[in-house]
Design a protein around this ligand. Structure first.
Ligand SMILES: [Zn+2]
Length: 130
């Protein structure tokens, strides 16, 4: 479990690298932002969270751990509640929040990034016109 819990996952690295390659400049795990988004672009008020299927209780891949079931379920439940809270916070504060599931990236990395980039570009356009 330790590897999964490490602050920066390989998947986050992969997404960051790809965004960087495409010219985006961002911060990772910015402490001053609520919930420390995995990736954030302050200029465009974009917060990106990459949610692991296990830790964030993905409905498609929720697996009940074999031992310490109560412990894990409580922990995951807390994460889910916190995710809702964090999402609400950003929406209420005029930020654009993106939550990407681990499985979306694993299933089709290119497409998921493409979709994300498209949306960030839309936000950039909005920013320019105001
Ligand atoms: Zn999943």
């Amino acid at each position: 479990m330790k590897a999964v819990k490490s602050k920066r996952t390989k998947l986050e690295d992969k997404v960051s690298k790809e965004l960087w390659r495409r010219g985006y400049r961002f911060r990772r795990n910015e402490k001053s932002l609520y919930g420390k988004p995995d990736i954030s672009i302050k200029k465009y008020q974009v917060a990106i969270f990459i949610d692991s299927c296990f830790w964030h209780g993905c409905e498609l891949h929720a697996r009940t751990p074999k031992s310490n079931v109560d412990y894990w379920l409580k922990k995951i439940q807390r994460n889910i509640e916190r995710d809702v809270e964090v999402t609400k916070y950003y929406r209420n504060n005029g930020w654009h929040i993106f939550r990407i599931w681990e499985h979306q990236l694993n299933d089709n990395f290119g497409y998921t990034i493409e979709l994300l980039v498209k949306q960030i570009e839309e936000i950039k356009k909005l920013n320019c016109s105001t």
